[in-house]
Design a protein. Structure first.
Length: 276
């Protein structure tokens, strides 16, 4: 949510009326990120700022939470798992009380950045393929894809009868075959859509099995310093950048102009004989 005046936030949280909230601020009983605030024009965003009144964290009913996690391999993103495998909610533990949900998919065998939030509107815009919030992956595959295969992946391949949207696919590094052991390659893949196991299925469709897959960016958000299983809240700057990316619209694909139809050749009419 955008930043609001402190007195409005306090009133919305039921601390006091708007006038009463102003008095509480002037009395120096409010802190924002550990700093006492007495100016009535001060704004804060409870999603990213720590607002306290008399030392207690301000809780608002609709205060959104934006969490960036480095999901390890071997963890599912569902709340409950019939196979009793570890879940991302077990990693969150008691440190997150808000009912956050994962934005997009990241399967059991994959790792990397995962966004969890209770802001449904933003989550929808991030996940929707029409938005400008693309996801970047680093992928290790068996064998080394040829330039023709990489171009084919970038144009789109058929999955379940429909073609995937154009993507960015680049070769990062290769390990050649040695002593009878097949080579492999690392690829960078950037997608704007998120079908189930899409990256793996795309590469398998051109003959390359994925052995490792990690998400390294969600739109403008990157952070290689979060340890596996660790998480943190987005900063104000990250949240603003993410909102801007999610609000952007991808340019509509231009369809080739239809060729003008040539007029059908006129069949000469047979001249009728005039009987005299």
């Amino acid at each position: 949510m955008p930043a609001e005046r402190l007195q409005k936030l306090l009133a919305a949280a039921g601390v006091a009326s708007r006038r009463g909230a102003e008095e509480i601020i002037l009395e120096g009983r409010v802190t924002v990120n550990g700093r006492v605030v007495t100016e009535l024009g001060t704004k804060a965003d409870p999603a990213v700022d720590h607002v306290k009144v008399d030392g207690k964290r301000l809780r608002t009913a609709a205060a959104p939470r934006y969490i960036l996690m480095n999901k390890p391999r071997g963890v599912v993103v569902t709340r409950d798992d019939p196979q009793h495998r570890p879940t991302v909610y077990a990693l969150l533990g008691t440190r997150v009380s808000e009912p956050v949900v994962p934005v997009g998919r990241l399967d059991f065998d994959s790792e990397g950045l995962l966004l969890l939030t209770n802001d449904g509107a933003l989550a929808f815009r991030i996940a929707h393929p029409s938005g400008g919030c693309r996801k970047e992956y680093e992928v290790k595959v068996s064998g080394v894809p040829t330039p023709a295969k990489i171009a084919r992946l970038a144009r789109g391949v058929l999955l379940d009868g429909t073609r995937t949207a154009p993507a960015t696919v680049e070769l990062i590094d290769t390990t050649p075959e040695k002593d009878g052991v097949g080579g492999n390659a690392w690829l960078k893949v950037i997608l704007g859509e998120g079908r189930s196991r899409q990256v793996r299925r795309m590469l398998e469709s051109v003959g390359h099995k994925v052995s490792k897959l990690r998400r390294v960016a969600i739109g403008p958000i990157r952070d290689a310093s979060i340890p596996p299983g660790g998480f943190r809240d987005l900063s104000r700057e990250e949240l603003e950048a993410l909102r801007a990316a999610a609000a952007a619209r991808k340019p509509a694909a231009k369809r080739p102009a239809a060729k003008p139809k040539s007029p059908a050749p006129r069949t000469p009419r047979a001249r009728r004989e005039v009987k005299r």
